[in-house]
Design a protein around this ligand. Structure first.
Ligand SMILES: O=c1ccn([C@H]2C[C@H](O)[C@@H](CO)O2)c(=O)[nH]1
Length: 134
């Protein structure tokens, strides 16, 4: 557990993202990315980008993270961070904001270069699971 009701250890989460970034497979872009997120049961899930000789098939780090989330018991993402190859905080790409929305919703907190922001500010007026039930 890295959190209780009031505090979240963003430094620890960022270190997990940096460790994942070091495991990236990014020979084509030369741009390794690592991500880490806290789940509502206290566990941490991580991911790194995995590229492909067929460039368009490359997987963003967030793809690995949501796959690990689902394959390790599911749950809701509550806090998320993303780092580049220097270990600096990075914003997730647009497609990956949608991936995160599915499992974290508008209240998921993201560490960004502009501070801690809810996903509702990073992906305004998001399309999501609720639309399919209307
Ligand atoms: O949110 C992002 C943005 C980019 N990348 C990866 C995709 C590609 O492998 C490399 C350069 O775009 O960075 C991610 O993994 N996540």
């Amino acid at each position: 557990m890295i959190s209780d009701a009031t505090t979240v250890d963003w430094d620890r989460l960022r270190e997990e993202a940096r460790a994942a970034m070091c495991r990236a497979y990014a020979p084509y872009s030369g741009y390794p990315v690592g991500v880490a997120a806290l789940v509502d049961d206290g566990r941490i899930v991580t991911g790194c980008n995995v590229e492909n000789a067929s460039y368009g098939l490359g997987l963003c780090a967030e793809c690995g993270l949501v796959s690990q989330l689902q394959n390790s018991g599911g749950g809701r993402l509550t806090h998320f961070t993303c780092v580049d190859g220097r270990g600096e905080i990075l914003v997730p790409c647009g497609r990956c904001r949608q991936l995160l929305y599915e499992f974290g919703g508008p209240d998921l907190l993201l560490e960004t270069p502009a501070g801690i922001l809810p996903l509702s500010q990073m992906l305004p007026q998001a399309f999501g699971p609720d639309h399919l039930t209307k």
